[in-house]
Design a protein around this ligand. Structure first.
Ligand code: FAD
Length: 359
């Protein structure tokens, strides 16, 4: 089958690779591959730590994505040698003060209620695992099932794998699905999907997407401190969430703020908040080199669930992955490819109907 994918972020590329591996002739269209949210993401694959109260329809999608992630990595590495930064060392979640610890305890109870594996640790044990953590922490848990990768590297690996799997990458934007010569089209253009026409009736695009900005920092750990941390550390500091992701290339990512102010540059307030809170959890960070402050826009939907489904006999929509798109790629690639091939995906996508916010 001849298939066009609009958008070369992590969602479009992983779907393209899956379909090419299934024997289809795939073209990906994007004027700037890998330049969207996927370029700015932290890369946590965290179905448990990222659980959000009362978002039950999201849990099965996140759990399926985490379960299938090793297959997506294996598929990528079957075609490409480019390292993805995929690591399975697990995650610590820590609380800075007593109020933060109450929050952490409530979150842990909620996770246990949903059958998730979270182990309470003494702060002493947490510091044995990660000696760079502050001695002043009030609580800690370990989540061994939450992993990470390096999104920019993974995008490069996916691009390389796609090329080796004979996917054609066309450096052009598509504004109307009728512009492309294909049997099937997948709209995977992140926020750009809201501007793509030709697949719905009426004036208004049914996708209700909005940019949710996040500031994020990259630092380099000096030789004498490396490895400052050996696993992902997430924390609450005066109820603000912050995370630290150590990488094998001796960098460390600190993220991420959440704001809907329409400003696409990193904001001083956000950078300050991230550094201050990260240093509260890991004081030695003060000695690192700041190498990049950046801001990206998460493709948000009104109910924080993706838009993933078939909308007519030629078009499948796959966008709106909001804060979890790197993780959800593990599910989106497989289910998106199934939708294109008109076979039932292994999990229910009822909650992700792309037409559910049509007005
Ligand atoms: C600061 C920050 C931190 C994050 N951290 C995490 C995290 O730790 N874990 C996690 O799971 N998720 C995280 N996310 C969310 C994640 O980055 C997104 O959900 C995910 O990258 C969405 O991928 P995508 O491929 O749908 O979109 P994008 O990466 O935005 O890609 C869309 C692509 O479509 C192209 N495009 C747009 N319009 C058109 C058009 N008309 N024609 C052709 N191409 C077009 C763009 O050029 C772009 O390359 C984070 C996001 C941010 C901003």
């Amino acid at each position: 089958m001849k298939i066009s994918i609009i958008g070369a972020g992590i969602i479009g590329l992983s779907t393209a690779l899956t379909l090419a591996d299934r024997g289809h002739q795939v073209t990906v269209h994007d004027p700037a591959p890998g330049s969207g949210a996927s370029h700015h993401a932290g890369g946590m694959l965290a179905p448990t730590a990222e659980v959000v109260y009362k978002q039950d329809p999201l849990f099965p999608l996140m759990l399926a994505a985490a379960e299938w992630y090793p297959q997506l990595i294996e598929l990528t590495q079957r075609y490409s040698d480019v390292a993805t930064g995929y690591r399975t060392d697990g995650t610590l979640v820590v609380a800075r003060d007593r109020a933060d610890n109450t929050h952490l305890e409530e979150l842990t109870a909620y996770q246990h209620l949903h059958g998730m594996e979270v182990e309470r640790l003494t702060t002493r044990r947490a510091r044995q695992l990660e000696p760079a953590l502050s001695p002043a922490l009030a609580g800690a848990v370990e989540i061994t099932g939450d992993h990470q990768l390096q999104p920019r590297r993974f995008t490069q690996a996916l691009l390389d794998a796609c090329e080796k799997a004979s996917v054609s990458i066309e450096p052009y934007a598509v504004h109307d699905v009728d512009e492309v010569d294909a049997d099937q089209v997948v709209i995977a253009a992140g926020l750009g999907a809201a501007g793509i026409t030709g697949w719905y009736e009426g004036e208004r695009n049914p996708l209700d997407l909005r940019p949710v900005y996040g500031d994020i920092l990259h630092v380099r750990v000096p030789e004498h401190q490396y490895p400052l941390l050996t696993r992902v550390v997430r924390g609450f500091v005066e109820d603000r969430p912050v995370y630290l992701i150590p990488r094998e290339d001796k960098t460390l990512t600190i993220g991420a703020t959440t704001r809907e102010d329409g400003r696409d540059q990193p904001q001083i307030q956000g950078v300050y908040q991230l550094l201050r809170d990260a240093i509260e959890l890991c004081p030695a960070l003060e000695e690192c080199d700041l190498i990049e402050a950046t801001a990206g826009a998460r493709p948000g939907s009104p109910d924080d669930l993706p838009y993933l489904g078939r909308v007519n006999e030629r078009v499948v929509v796959s966008t709106g992955y909001f804060r979890h798109g790197i993780l959800l790629a593990g599910m989106a690639a497989r289910c998106g490819a199934d939708l294109v091939e008109q076979i039932d995906p292994p999990i229910s996508l009822e909650a992700c109907d792309p037409m559910r916010h049509r007005r």
